[in-house]
Design a protein around this ligand. Structure first.
Ligand code: HEC
Length: 102
């Protein structure tokens, strides 16, 4: 099993957390779709690196406590020395992603 934290492409800080194709697709076509039920996870049985796998992804939204580092103004330094993303309260900020091999 593999677990990771990822984010919409424009909000990724650490390049190692970039979404793969499947994650990117779910984030853009489902989590960012206004008609999608907020907070609902999504799962699918797919092939992952050549093996059958069960993939699960859960959206995460920015809370007030996240905005000190991920909020506005965009580009300003946060306390970790990184640049703030300009995220807004309640906005999709990332996703927790799991891969379980069958
Ligand atoms: C003290 C500052 C701080 C706070 C508060 C904080 N984060 Fe982060 N967050 C970071 C840093 C720094 C990284 C990059 C870590 C790394 O290099 O892997 C990060 C990475 C992430 C990522 C991984 C994607 C990426 O950009 O690399 C997500 C998703 C995320 N944060 C969401 C949140 C959410 C949601 C909250 C609130 C519940 C939150 N963060 C609170 C500093 C913070």
């Amino acid at each position: 099993m593999k677990m990771e934290l990822t984010a919409p492409k424009n909000y990724v800080r650490n390049r190692a957390n970039r979404p793969d194709k499947w994650e990117h697709n779910v984030i853009e076509s489902k989590f960012r779709d206004a008609a999608y039920m907020k907070g609902a996870s999504f799962f699918e049985s797919v092939s992952y690196k050549g093996r059958d796998a069960y993939r699960f992804i859960l959206p995460e939204y920015y809370k007030a406590s996240c905005l000190g580092c991920h909020g506005e103004p965009k580009g300003e330094k946060d306390i970790t020395g990184g640049k703030k993303e300009g995220g807004k309260l309640g906005e999709l900020g990332g996703a927790i992603s799991l891969v379980i091999y069958e």
